[in-house]
Design a protein around this ligand. Structure first.
Ligand SMILES: [Zn+2]
Length: 860
């Protein structure tokens, strides 16, 4: 008999506490465990099922009322459980279940695995079962008391609780070392338990209020820990103040792990990170890297309350954890460093979520999740960024104070326990008196989002606009294929912004119906009106010709986020065949003088996309000339070397302008300048502004000769700064000349590319015209090796998504045939989304490529 993949543990057996004695064999990558689980039985039972994968149970029995009752263990692979069947019935009430077991380190990047010299755990969503037989579902919170022996004398061991005892482990087998006992945790879900053992070094301890904070790295990166300490020390008190509750886990360790699946993992009190998301020197790191580090640290710290202290009942509310942490991170970092304008970075992620959510293969934020594998699939832009954007929209609608009051109520009510989305809506509704459940459910439980049409009504009388909502699809033919889904209506918290005689005003409107006429509360003539003030709403806006015609001359009066939304929405309308590409290209040209680097980045990003996917080879010269004409003069005026007093805004503007010239336009003079700076780029700050490192290294790598390629390869090996190391690694995949593209492809499966970077390395290869055919051929012809190199659900999903870089219809056909012949467990959604996107882009390419060609010819 098998329990099946969707088996869930019964709720009448509850773990109260785990007492775990773990003996590590770090030479053999194996472990043995003695586990005592205090359980509460709601009813008498002969059998208890616990999760376990790859663990050999050697002995199991229960202790009840002074008796010891032996058990037989039966493993079931499909449900990833071991069922303990006892010789005698266990009565209702408390029992102590003892399990002796052993196992090996896991392959890939989950369970207990090896990352270089470090042994580290990664348990979310459901891999605690690879180290402990346990109740591995988030609703089963329990106290964890952990002891670990076999820790070498020079090594460090970190877990959720602080070390309360450090002693000789008394092993006489020559492999002895220390035995460490960790303080018991508050009640924790199994996915939040962590253990890290290895030669790590500590930063000096920082203290935020009374919480000691330490950042850990391998020895050669210790000088890169100060910034992470500074960030954590600054944001932790802000989070305590927001939640109105002290940090719940006593101490905070932040650990940089040399090979890590996700960006970071919020284990209670022991947060693990990919090194590039934690370790950076602000003196030499581009601002984008610093912001990313701050945002990730804050995201994980927000989880210590939202997720760790109050935990979702089941994975269908994973979004609640991730959306909240996403939103909170931007809010807190913005409070700490307002000059960074970090919310503008959020726009990029929101754009990705809007793109994904406009597809037929999208899913609701809160989706049904049948098992842990499906839970893993939910870690995407819809869960994080759409979820975060919807929370931001709700905060805007309720007001920041009332929203915070609702969050505090929710925290107090469910601390050290579990909760669902409805509990959150309940608390927010109570705190605000607003129909929050009604509004949110539409956004959380249905797929997609509305396109809001804004049209002026010219009927005499006061100025009026007509608002119309309909579900937006990226694919022009999609509405016909989804049936009822196409008729979805939302409660849309629209905020209009317009200029009248007296100035600029905002007017909120809750759009309930398919359409509504709204009288603008204006005095005199309305010059312009936009439909999504500050772009806070998670929807797209379409203007009728008259409204758009008035908006374009006033574009400088719009806020940066509104200008970004205008560009992003217009491009989306082109994709959906609801606006002509020529109008979009004219818009781009009209924004040539844009000063704000974030808006400029959006424009240049679209130009880069057109260059990559939608351009005929014979038009590359004309397109490059156009981009040079748009930005060349401004770039020349700024030069390459910033004055010491220059502000970040100017430095970042220079970086975008040079990116346009070098990466998109391939301007030979700018490229020569970039190549000249490659030697200095390796020497830290040198005379290359850190924000220019990406373009310098990319330009030099594209034109690399053999010696330069070898130089870059050597830099990958010798570089200790994680962002620089990654930059050089990706640079190898950008080679375009001679035999180097083939060499680059052959590196992908070698040890020179760590597993954590495999999908991003492949993504660069698949985007590079000189390597993409060979890179895809490698995936196809050496699939077994490729799959082994992507031995992690998240990495293999990113690998699938990377294939979408292939632009032509023949690529789509080839990728589809390949993925149909090679189904991948845990990547169903990624495959559907990738194929839909590729098909849509191939169709778009057929439609707009000749028109872009004609538009360019007409401009000559
Ligand atoms: Zn998270």
């Amino acid at each position: 008999m098998t329990l099946g993949k969707n088996f869930r543990l019964p709720t009448d057996v509850k773990p109260k506490a785990y007492d775990a004695d773990l003996r590590l064999d770090l030479d053999g990558d194996r472990f043995e465990g003695e586990l005592a689980i205090e359980v509460a039985l709601g009813a008498a039972r002969r059998a208890i099922a616990v999760h376990a994968v790859g663990l050999e149970v050697m002995d199991a029995h229960a202790e009840v009322g002074g008796r010891s009752i032996p058990a037989k263990a039966t493993a079931d692979a499909e449900s990833e459980t071991v069922t303990l069947t006892f010789a005698d019935e266990l009565p209702a009430g408390e029992a102590l279940v003892r399990i002796g077991y052993r196992g090996a380190f896991s392959p890939g990047l989950r369970g207990l695995y090896r990352a270089g010299s470090i042994a580290v755990t990664q348990f979310e969503a459901a891999d605690a079962r690879r180290l402990f037989p346990c109740f591995d579902e988030p609703a089963f919170k329990a106290v964890w008391r952990l002891r670990v022996s076999g820790v070498p004398n020079q090594a460090i061991a970190i877990s959720n609780g602080k070390v309360i005892r450090d002693e000789n482990d008394g092993r006489g087998d020559g492999r002895g070392g220390r035995r460490l006992t960790f303080a018991p945790t508050p009640p924790l879900s199994s996915y939040l338990v962590a253990l890290i053992v290895g030669p790590l070094e500590a930063s000096p301890v920082a203290v935020a209020r009374d919480v000691p904070i330490t950042t850990w790295s391998t020895a050669e990166k210790r000088q890169l820990t100060a910034f992470a300490q500074e960030v954590a020390g600054a944001v932790l008190p802000r989070l305590e103040d927001y939640f109105g509750l002290p940090y719940p886990f006593g101490k905070l360790d932040q650990i940089g792990v040399p090979d890590f699946e996700a960006g970071a993992m919020e284990n209670a009190g022991a947060v693990t990170f990919r090194e590039v998301a934690l370790l950076a020197d602000p003196a030499t790191a581009p601002l984008a890297v610093q912001k990313r580090v701050a945002e990730v640290i804050t995201h994980e710290l927000a989880h210590q309350w939202f997720g760790n202290l109050v935990t979702m009942v089941w994975w269908d509310d994973l979004w609640l954890n991730e959306a909240f942490a996403t939103w909170m991170a931007y809010k807190i970092v913005d409070d700490w460093r307002p000059s960074w304008r970090i919310w503008m970075d959020f726009e990029g992620g929101k754009g990705a979520a809007l793109a994904l959510d406009a597809m037929v293969s999208a899913h609701p934020i809160r989706a049904d999740v049948n098992n842990a594998e499906e839970a893993g699939e939910s870690f995407d832009a819809i869960t994080y960024e759409k979820g975060g954007a919807v929370l931001r929209m709700l905060e805007g609608f309720l007001g920041a104070d009332r929203f915070r009051d609702g969050i505090r109520l929710y925290m107090r009510r469910h601390r050290e326990a579990n909760a669902t989305a409805d509990d959150l809506w309940g608390a927010l509704g109570e705190a605000s008196g607003q129909p929050i459940q009604e509004i949110s459910n539409g956004w959380i439980r249905t797929t997609g989002f509305p396109l809001v049409d804004v049209a002026r009504v010219d009927a005499g009388g006061p100025p009026t606009v007509e608002l119309t909502q309909r579900r937006f699809f990226a694919d022009p033919g999609a509405a016909a294929t989804v049936g009822d889904g196409a008729a979805t209506k939302w409660l849309v918290p629209v905020v209009l912004r317009f200029r009248d005689l007296k100035g600029v005003k905002e007017q909120p409107v809750l759009l309930r119906e398919a359409s509504a006429r709204v009288k603008l509360e204006a005095e005199g003539l309305v010059e312009w009106c936009i439909g999504n003030a500050d772009a806070r709403g998670f929807y797209r806006t379409n203007y009728d010709d008259a409204t758009l015609a008035r908006l374009l001359p006033a574009v400088g009066e719009l806020r940066p986020a509104e200008r970004i939304a205008l560009i992003s929405d217009q491009w989306a309308l082109v994709r959906a065949d609801q606006a002509p590409i020529e109008r979009f290209l004219d818009l781009v040209v009209s924004l040539r003088g844009e000063e704000d680097h974030v808006v400029l980045d959006e424009v240049v990003g679209r130009l880069g996309l057109i260059e990559h996917r939608f351009l005929a080879d014979e038009d590359r010269g004309a397109f490059g000339a156009l981009v040079t004409k748009l930005y060349g003069e401004r770039a020349a005026k700024l030069g390459w070397s910033p004055a010491a007093t220059e502000d970040d805004e100017t430095r970042l503007r220079r970086a975008v302008l040079l990116r346009a010239l070098i990466i998109t336009a391939r301007d030979p003079n700018a490229i020569a300048e970039a190549e000249r700076r490659l030697p200095a780029a390796g020497a830290g700050a040198g005379d290359v502004d850190p924000n220019l490192l990406d373009v310098v290294v990319t330009a030099a790598a594209r034109r690399a000769s053999e010696p330069r390629f070898e130089d870059l390869r050597a830099r990958v090996k010798s570089e200790t700064d994680p962002a620089s190391k990654r930059r050089y690694l990706h640079a190898l995949a950008r080679a375009e000349e001679g035999r180097l593209p083939a060499r680059a492809v052959s590196l992908a499966l070698s040890d020179e590319v760590p597993m954590q970077d495999f999908s991003s390395f492949m993504s660069v290869l698949l985007s590079n015209r000189a390597t993409r055919e060979e890179a895809f051929a490698m995936i196809r012809d050496r699939w077994t090796e490729t799959r082994a190199k992507a031995d992690s659900p998240m990495i293999v999903r990113r690998l699938v998504e990377a294939m979408a870089a292939l632009p032509e219809r023949r690529h789509y056909e080839a990728v589809r045939a390949f993925l149909e012949a090679h189904p991948i467990d845990g990547a169903k959604q990624a495959i559907a989304q990738t194929l839909e996107r590729m098909k849509m882009d191939a169709t778009l390419r057929d439609r707009i490529l000749p028109r872009i060609s004609a538009w360019l010819r007409a401009r000559r």
